[in-house]
Structures are given as structure tokens and as C-alpha cells.
Ligand binder design. Structure first.
Ligand SMILES: *[C@@H]1O[C@H](CO)[C@@H](O)[C@H](O)[C@H]1NC(C)=O
Ligand SMILES: *[C@@H]1O[C@H](CO)[C@@H](O)[C@H](O)[C@H]1NC(C)=O
Ligand SMILES: *[C@@H]1O[C@H](CO)[C@@H](O)[C@H](O)[C@H]1NC(C)=O
Length: 176
């Protein structure tokens, strides 16, 4: 499989400005209503457009770990739950910002994940229109560099920083 499959070329009318766009699946603090969502919508760091929602076709452990209660999708297919999240189209600037934000490659690695679409609103020029039930692919920030005990932590289907688990995410500004 090549990177080209995931990278879409969106060209404006008259081909004067061609911007390379990439799809990213977010399952944690970058989702709507979650503590880092604002990062996606400040054009200083690139642009993101909501395309729809989906869930991973495979199960993965989505755990909350470390002293700052950070959500991690452990790259252990077949364990945990099929994980829900949101699919965004991002430009290169935003992709680079997200790579930094997610501390790639030490904390997370950017991998490709297969998804089942549950909602699709993306209708931009040049973008494929998908329906619930369709499968597609996107980049995801998951990790293989986890602590040995993390796979045994409780795993979640849908992350919510403010959920019943009580493990509220500690924002960067609030860390030691
Ligand atoms: C934009 O990126 C810079 C550098 O990574 C960061 O300090 C800043 O908080 C970001 N701003 C937003 C709104 O995401
Ligand atoms: C975007 O972020 C910068 C600093 O990161 C801030 O100065 C600016 O006010 C923000 N803009 C919006 C629209 O939130
Ligand atoms: C999406 O699902 C519809 C309905 O099942 C199907 O007709 C269509 O071919 C699928 N499209 C893609 C791109 O998989």
C-alpha cells in the first residue's frame, strides 16, 4: 500500500493553489468537546476539516495512562474494543503540527488504520463521498512504545476526558 492512497490532492478552481490534504482519525483529546479540540481550529497551525465519524475495523486497547491521564491507542490489533473517533482532512501544516503535538515518534507513531464509517459529511471537491458502513483508511496516532502494564489497563470504546472513569486529562499547562 502506498502513501498516495491516503493523500488527496485538492485543487482550487483554475489550479492556482493546490494543497495536499491528508486524512487523520482522532480518538482522544482532539475530538469535538475534548480538551485539545481547539488546536484543530486555529489557522496558525494549519487547517482541519471534519469529514465524519467512524470506528476501527479491528479492536485496539484504548487506555488512559501515565500521571497526566493521557489516552493512548496501543497498537495491538485484536485486543480491546473497536474504537470510535472522528475523521479530519488536514493540510501539511496541520499534519506537521499534529506530529509535533503527539511527540512522534517517541510517544506515538503515525500509523495507518482501517475504519468503518458511521457518519460522513465531507463533500469537498475531489473528496470521495462515503456512507455509513463503508470502510476507509486514515492516519492515526497510536503507539508501540507503551509501558508493559498498559495493555492490562481498562480499555475504552469511546474516549471522554470527563467520563465516569474519573481520570481527567491534565492539560499541558497544568503539568509539573
Ligand atoms: C500552534 O503551534 C505552536 C507551536 O507548536 C503552539 O505553541 C501553539 O500553542 C499552537 N496554537 C494552537 C492554537 O494550537
Ligand atoms: C490562535 O492561536 C494563537 C496563539 O497560539 C492566538 O494568538 C490566536 O488568538 C488564536 N486565534 C484564534 C482564532 O483562536
Ligand atoms: C459505500 O457503501 C455503499 C452502500 O453500501 C456502496 O454502494 C458503495 O460502493 C460504497 N462505497 C465505497 C467507496 O466503498
Amino acid at each position: 500500500m502506498t502513501l498516495g492512497v491516503f493523500v488527496l490532492i485538492t485543487c482550487m478552481v483554475y489550479l492556482t493553489s493546490c494543497v495536499r490534504m491528508t486524512r487523520v482519525f482522532v480518538y482522544g483529546t482532539l475530538k469535538r468537546g475534548q480538551p485539545n479540540y481547539f488546536n484543530m481550529f486555529n489557522n496558525t497551525n494549519g487547517t482541519a476539516e471534519f469529514l465524519g465519524s467512524g470506528l476501527t475495523t479491528e479492536k485496539y486497547p484504548l487506555v488512559i495512562a501515565g500521571k497526566y491521564n493521557i489516552p493512548f491507542l496501543l497498537n495491538i490489533p485484536g485486543q480491546g474494543h473497536r474504537v470510535q473517533g472522528e475523521i479530519y482532512k488536514v493540510d501539511d501544516k496541520m499534519l506537521k503540527f499534529l506530529d509535533d503535538f503527539e511527540s512522534v515518534p517517541t510517544m506515538y507513531q503515525r500509523a495507518v488504520v482501517k475504519l468503518e464509517v458511521t457518519e460522513w459529511v465531507g463533500k469537498t471537491e475531489g473528496e470521495e463521498v462515503l456512507s455509513p458502513g463503508n470502510t476507509t483508511e486514515a492516519f492515526v496516532y497510536s503507539t508501540t512504545t507503551y509501558q508493559p502494564e498498559w495493555p492490562s489497563l481498562p480499555s475504552y470504546e469511546s474516549y471522554d476526558a470527563y467520563g465516569d472513569h474519573g481520570l481527567e486529562y491534565v492539560v499541558r499547562e497544568g503539568r509539573d
